[in-house]
Design a protein around this ligand. Structure first.
Ligand code: G6P
Length: 367
């Protein structure tokens, strides 16, 4: 039957609130609750024999792929190439047979992603797709599909599908890392425990709505916003900037925090808020010094961090959204939630058509 809004003002708001459940359901499907091992569907190839992966997708799914690259490289020690599908389909990269073609798509119908899939198949790659719609064209054309369990996503701007994609990619990373001998049993159990803990941590994020609304007030007044992140949280900054553009029509750019001094710093003044995605991981101090540089130029500093990070930002940040403290590995999944909520709150202040933003389509089936 038709999917209703269940009392929420928009589908987007409803779907934002589904993050904890969707993460939990998606993980339940891929992690055996008893053995706490990753259980992939039968694969027509051996994971340990894969020499490298090519990841491709569009929009938010591409940013999920960027997080996947960091995970697969750093944890599974797998070489990864990645590009947006509209580029990948024409790049014609030299690929040796038997690599992994990893496609990510909520709908499974995006024209560029589908064309890239066909190109990777022609280059004799094994095709593994992370999809929400498991009856889609991409599902039919893949060697294996890993399903997100996100349910129908009605809001044009993707929300829960993104964290579901990340949940699947995290589990896939653990499986590939194990197969390659890069992740030992202790590390594996630690990473799985971090994942299984996420639904509860994700639910806690909704207690921060006041701080997020305060941030939204600042951003709603701006014409341009700069999002910063480092490492696995840089793609979260990209996702935050995309979401803000899509539904509030405010111009936003995301930069790898360390790259800020190579250009965007010239734009910073009182009128350009800086939104930093900065969990207190080993990269925190680096981001902190980037934020000091931005503040020195008059920038208003808005930060998503944990309690430890918040304590160190007391003099620097105008507003801090305190996110539950989690292992660095799962930060991209958790931090996405408040960052997407922020875009939603700004859109509410702007009075835009949140679920049907102008010029955008849920599924782009033309090139
Ligand atoms: C459209 C949607 C985005 C989505 C992208 C890729 O642009 O508005 O939210 O991320 O397509 O869609 P897919 O279905 O392939 O994930």
């Amino acid at each position: 039957g038709a999917v209703g809004k269940d009392g929420y003002r928009h589908y987007m708001e409803k779907e934002l609130h589904e993050h904890p459940v969707v993460i939990g359901q998606t993980l339940q499907r891929i992690i055996d609750p008893v053995t706490r091992q990753i259980t992939l569907p039968d694969l027509p190839f051996a994971l340990e024999e894969i020499p490298r992966a090519v990841i491709t997708a569009c929009g938010s799914a591409f940013y999920a792929g960027l997080v996947g690259r960091y995970w697969l490289e750093a944890e599974a020690r797998l070489p990864v190439d990645i590009d947006v599908a509209s580029e990948m389909r024409y790049r014609n990269p030299p690929l040796s047979e038997g690599g992994l073609g990893l496609l990510i798509s909520q709908s499974g119908e995006t024209a560029d992603t589908l064309a890239a899939l066909r190109g990777l198949r022609a280059a004799k790659q094994h095709i593994l797709s992370v999809l929400n719609v498991e009856t889609s064209t991409m599902a039919r054309e893949s060697d294996v599909t890993l399903g997100m369990v996100a349910g129908p996503e009605i809001s044009v701007a993707s929300t829960k599908a993104f964290t579901a994609q990340l949940s699947v990619l995290a589990a896939l990373t653990i499986a590939i890392g194990q197969a390659r001998g890069a992740i030992g049993p202790a590390r594996q159990q630690h990473l799985i425990a971090c994942l299984l803990d996420l639904p509860s941590r994700a639910a806690e994020v909704f207690g921060q709505d006041e701080a997020i609304r305060a941030m939204a007030q600042v951003i709603a007044e701006a014409r341009d916003v700069l999002y910063l992140g480092r490492g696995i949280c840089f793609p979260v900054a990209l996702e935050g900037a995309l979401k803000l553009k899509e539904i509030s029509y405010i111009h936003a750019e995301a930069y790898a925090a360390g790259e800020m001094k190579h250009g965007p710093i010239s734009l910073i003044d009182r009128t350009v808020p800086i939104v930093a995605i900065a969990p207190s991981t080993i990269l925190f101090d680096k981001t902190l010094s980037n934020l000091q540089e931005a503040k020195a130029r008059g920038g208003r500093i808005l930060v998503f961090t944990d309690a430890k990070g918040a304590a160190r930002l007391r003099d620097l940040a105008e507003i801090v959204v305190v996110v539950p403290d989690v292992d660095a590995f799962v930060t991209p999944i958790l931090y996405t939630i408040p960052v997407q909520i922020l875009a939603y709150e700004v859109a509410l202040l702007k009075g835009t058509d949140v679920d049907q933003p102008r010029n955008l389509a849920k599924s782009v089936t033309v090139e």
